[in-house]
Design a protein around this ligand. Structure first.
Ligand code: ADP
Length: 738
């Protein structure tokens, strides 16, 4: 049989198809890279089809023409496979797609030159046919593998659908090319036909962002074939039954046909409808009544006031009717800057709760605000406009691993999004499911608004409670301070009166002895010594009061180079006698690890002396006092003064640094300078703090609490800069904010 008329017809027909596709792309304005590539591909296809047609037309053309065309087929097929692989690499957003293109087309060019050369200078020294076929196989395999990997890797249904679409298209196109390459003789003409079908699908894939659901299309085909088979079997059954029954029954075959036809018709219609329903349910998985589900849902959420519960109810409603494994509510709130913060409230699956902030000019925000349509993660990833959103925003959404976001509006404003993960079937959400979900999201608007108001009220309530609590604490603190201030009068009179009484007593004694003329020289020395001790004590108390009064107006400091070891030594020196008398051991460590510092030595001696005197006063006889120093960072060092004394309650730990504050009742205080629990005017620590802060340092105390039995001890921490400076302490206590 002559095949050339057929091959000529197929060649012209498919050539025309390719030409039309080529022209559609050629005249398209503002072509993107993939469209330009597709155009090149269709250009190659045209040349290839022309060669295929010419190769089969020996009857018309001279052998030189048909042979040349035949020789060109392998190289053109390689060009096609290369073009297709490049299209796929670009579609899959492989960053190295230009490398694929360059390598493929360079190789094709080499093959083309070799083919041309051997056509002009025969015989061919290379098996170009085989080299061409080999390269074609390699490129085609590359295409199939890349698409298959992408198909299994992508989690988004739309993306998977797209990969599946391209995989099927690739199969059609490559099968078309394979049929042409293989030595099939006349069968070759089927190749261009299959290829043309693939090229049409390719153009569709390149031009449109949304592609028809491949699985749904396959399902429709299956549904059609199934119903077709059932109908055909019934009809065949009738014919066979007539054949058999005419032999047994006496009725005429016409009557039998009529009877059977009526019987089958009676059964067929209900059977067909039942089958359609069954197939639809089995294939599409929609076994629910959307209207009923929505009614139940709106009834359930009308009473929900809690955001988490609302999220759960919404997502579970969806999960009951669709096979969805992830879901959340994203609560939207606008900031002053105009950006939109989406706060995920997880409902189903492990969902990150980090808020996602969409900038005011974010294309995602513009899209969500302006369009009431659902947003697909597929769009976020691949839509040319939405792709321009900040990577941080896209990352945030990607981390949720959702498939679809349905806007929830309340009073016209975007109040949130109902986010749902992919369906278990891996299929994209069908349009009518999307419609159902959109209605469900709309219904959620009012409930979400209520829940948000309720959450706001709860938050306000919690804040008020918190404020109340801090007011109470502040009140208690003020009350204690107030008590301390009023105690001051009695303390001051007590502290001042004791030495004054002593002075007065001794001066009276002196006077009496002087009048009776019995005063010896030794007596004068002893009595004046006894007078000068309370005088010194008075002096110290008055000095402390003066220093304390300077705390408000600002102490003056004279910073000069000095050493910490020198300061501590001088401070300890003052209390040597007291330490001995009370049998307290004082040890120091690490003082020499602190290099030369710049500070007011006299003031620091005063501050540490106050700490040591307190440690002596509040540690029982025989206890231990430790002074330790250590560097903290390049700028600061720390000195701790710890004792094994009675400790300080948590409540008092901050207050003791206030002026005139003393722990416990004033009656318990004796005026002893270093007696156990001996009282003072309550100024030592406030002065110490004034001095340390005047150096740009900070001071605080740590103690397990107050317990005279157990003696948990106290540790005073002093952090100082190596170079004293005015202004607040630059060192932050670990765990302290700000
Ligand atoms: P005072 O000059 O009366 O000693 P301070 O300002 O030095 O006053 O101390 C205030 C209060 O802090 C003291 O009355 C005492 O109750 C408590 N305090 C200070 N240091 C210690 C310590 N090392 N152990 C226990 N309590 C202490």
């Amino acid at each position: 049989m002559e095949i050339w008329p057929y091959s000529a017809g197929v060649g012209i027909g498919t050539g025309l198809v390719h030409l039309i596709l080529f022209l559609i792309l050629l005249f398209r304005r503002g072509k993107e890279a993939r469209e330009k590539l597709a155009l090149a591909y269709l250009g190659f296809s045209l040349a290839w089809i022309a060669s295929v047609a010419l190769a089969d037309l020996q009857a018309i053309f001279l052998p030189v023409v048909t042979e040349s065309a035949g020789a060109l087929i392998p190289v053109l097929t390689v060009a096609l496979a290369t073009g297709y692989l490049t299209c796929v690499a670009l579609f899959l957003e492989y960053p190295f797609w230009p490398v694929v293109a360059t390598a493929g087309f360079t190789w094709t060019a080499i093959l083309l030159v070799a083919t041309g050369y051997f056509l002009l200078v025969p015989p061919s020294l290379l098996p170009l046919d085989r080299i061409g076929t080999g390269s074609w196989v390699a490129f085609s395999l590359g295409t199939i593998v890349a698409l298959t990997v992408d198909l299994f890797r992508s989690r988004m249904a739309f993306r998977r659908n797209r990969a599946l679409y391209w995989l099927l298209t690739a199969n059609a196109v490559l099968a078309g090319q394979a049929l042409t390459l293989l030595p099939l003789g006349p069968l070759r003409i089927v190749g261009p036909l299959v290829h043309a079908a693939g090229a049409i699908a390719l153009l569709r894939g390149v031009l449109s962002f949304w592609l028809p659901s491949v699985k749904a299309a396959l399902r429709s085909i299956f549904r059609f074939l199934f119903l077709f088979a059932v109908t055909a079997s019934l009809l065949a059954g009738v014919v066979l039954a007539v054949e058999r029954l005419t032999a047994i029954w006496v009725v005429s075959s016409t009557t039998l046909v009529i009877l059977l036809a009526v019987g089958v018709a009676l059964v067929y219609l209900p059977l067909y409808q039942a089958l359609v329903r069954l197939v639809d349910r089995l294939l599409a998985g929609v076994g629910f009544d959307p209207a009923q589900t929505l009614r139940d849902y709106s009834q359930t959420i009308s009473t929900v006031l809690d955001l988490e519960q609302l999220a759960r109810t919404a997502v579970q409603t969806v999960a009951q009717v669709l096979d969805v494994r992830r879901g959340a509510l994203l609560i939207a709130s606008e900031t002053e800057r105009g950006s939109l913060v989406l706060r995920p409230v997880p409902a189903l699956g492990e969902i990150p709760t980090d808020p996602i902030e969409l900038e005011p000019i974010s294309p995602l925000l513009v899209r969500l605000k302006e369009q009431d349509a659902p947003l697909f993660q597929y769009e976020v990833e691949h839509h040319p406009v939405l792709k321009e959103a900040l990577p941080r925003e896209r990352e945030g959404l990607r981390a949720l691993e959702m498939e679809i976001y349905l806007p929830i509006r309340a009073e016209g404003e975007l109040a949130g999004l109902l986010a749902l993960g992919p369906q278990r079937t891996g299929e994209p959400y069908a349009p009518r499911i999307v419609e159902f979900l959109s209605t469900l999201a709309h219904q959620t608007g009012v409930a979400l608004q209520n829940a948000r108001l309720f959450a706001g009220l709860q938050e306000l309530n919690a804040r008020i409670m918190q404020l109340n609590e801090s007011l109470r604490t502040a009140y208690e603190r003020l009350e204690r301070l107030d008590r301390a201030k009023s105690d001051f009068l009695s303390i001051a009179s007590h502290e001042l009166r004791t030495p004054l009484t002593q002075i007065r007593g001794y001066t009276d004694v002196l006077n009496e002895l002087a009048q009776s003329d019995t005063l010896t020289r030794e007596q004068i020395v002893r009595i004046t010594e006894n007078i000068s001790r309370p005088v010194r004590r008075l002096e110290r108390i008055i000095n402390a009061m003066l220093d304390a009064s300077m705390l408000e107006t600002g102490m003056s400091f004279h910073f000069a180079p000095t050493t910490l070891a020198g300061i501590i030594r001088a401070a300890v020196e003052l209390w040597q006698d007291a330490l001995q008398e009370r049998r307290l051991t004082l040890t120091t460590s690490g003082l020499d690890s602190i290099p030369l510092i710049r500070a007011d030595m006299e003031r620091l001696v005063q501050a540490f002396s106050n700490l040591i005197s307190n440690a002596i006063k509040f540690t029982p006889d025989g206890g231990r006092i430790t002074i330790a120093a250590r560097p903290l960072d390049e700028e600061h060092f720390e000195v701790t003064v710890s004792d094994t004394g009675i400790g300080i309650s948590k409540l008092d730990q901050e207050l003791i640094f206030e002026k005139f504050y003393r722990v416990g009742s004033i009656d318990l205080h004796s005026s002893g300078e270093y007696k156990f629990k001996g009282g003072g005017p309550g100024l030592g620590l406030s002065i110490a703090r004034g001095v340390i802060e005047g150096h740009g340092g900070c001071i605080w105390v740590e103690s397990e609490g107050y317990d005279e039995e157990r003696c948990p001890g106290s540790t005073f921490h002093v952090v100082l800069p190596y170079h004293a400076h005015r202004g607040p302490c630059r060192w932050k206590r670990p765990g302290q904010e700000g």
